[in-house]
Write a protein that binds this ligand. Structure first.
Ligand code: ZN
Length: 312
């Protein structure tokens, strides 16, 4: 059984301008590092398909999907850029990148449920966890992980899935979509206070939100995961795990002030693999969210993948 890896050249073509931290070079750094370390050879590489609007509308309102499409699909022909919020803009390559991101998560979900891979990682951009049911924000357009989780539940017939979010920022969009959906348990930690300044008061009883003080290191995060996430996840017995894998809690990342290192990402991943092996036949679909220091991002993704692929 293998670890599948989904990406697509279209995910590079979304460009929010010179100096923007959510840049195409993030994916280049990951790909280059996987090749240089030989890790690429241990993965089964796939091109991500385009998601359909019906698939996206399992997590987003049809009104929002239609509005976003009208705003950004024509940019491919016009070559123009439009700002959606002060940090988030769309350009000629954005619409297809967005559909590939959700399409990667969906294809990975099918591959894992069908037993073609034991788990999967989606190296995609733009990220998704700030996208709410009705709004694009914080570098995010559609919520790839929420779209995939709803596909597993509504289309593939699973009854319980977990969403794990270890990005340094609170996954407010995912919470907005799945709070109150008791088929999903979402466990996250995030620096608080930090953008988007939400999460300290969970929006539903199916949320395990763990705010972490700035300048905390991996020991604090590991204790919080052991004490707050794992008992709830064990009791929930998820049939599949979806991961919002942001690597911006790394100590070299300037968008947050936490002090995680590669060994912490490997430790977190090991806990998730163990949980998935106990309850979920090992099934994990992990999707890239943040991570903006290119070197730290590539090293951290490799640490995550080595554990997923059974190499560490
Ligand atoms: Zn982030």
């Amino acid at each position: 059984m293998t670890t599948a890896f989904y990406s697509h050249p279209d995910c590079r073509a979304h460009d929010m301008g010179r100096g923007h931290p959510e840049c195409p070079q993030r994916l280049d750094a990951i790909h280059d590092h996987l090749i240089a370390t030989g890790l690429a050879q241990a993965l089964e590489m796939h091109d991500a398909p385009l998601a359909t609007l019906a698939q996206i509308e399992r997590a987003h309102s049809a009104g929002f999907v239609g509005e976003l499409r009208s705003a950004i699909e024509p940019l491919a022909a016009s070559g123009e850029h439009v700002a959606l919020d002060p940090d988030t803009s769309a350009g000629p390559g954005t619409w297809n990148a967005v559909l590939r991101g959700a399409g990667a998560a969906l294809a990975a979900t099918d591959a894992v449920i069908d037993g073609h891979a034991v788990n999967a990682f989606c190296a995609v951009r733009p990220p998704g966890h700030h996208a709410t049911r009705d709004q694009a924000m914080g570098f995010c357009f559609f919520n790839n992980v929420a779209v995939a989780a709803r596909h597993a539940l509504d289309v593939r017939g699973l009854e319980r899935v977990a969403i794990i979010d270890f990005d340094v920022h609170h996954g407010n969009g995912t919470e907005d979509i799945i709070a109150g959906d008791d088929r999903v348990l979402m466990a996250s930690f995030f620096q608080h206070p930090l953008y988007p300044y939400s999460g300290s008061v969970p929006k539903g009883t199916n949320m395990v939100n763990v705010p972490i003080a700035p300048y905390s290191r991996g020991d604090v995060v590991r204790s919080a995961i052991s004490d707050m996430w794992l008992p709830r996840l064990e009791a929930f017995k998820p049939q599949m795990l979806f991961v919002s894998a942001g690597f911006d809690a790394h100590r070299e990342d300037e968008l947050g002030q936490l002090g995680l290192v590669e060994a912490d990402y490997a430790w977190i991943t090991r806990r998730l693999v163990d949980l998935a092996e106990r309850h979920a036949k090992g099934r994990i679909v992990s999707c890239l969210e943040g991570g903006y220091n290119l070197s730290a991002l590539a090293r951290s993704v490799a640490a995550h993948l080595r554990v997923l692929a059974g190499l560490a």
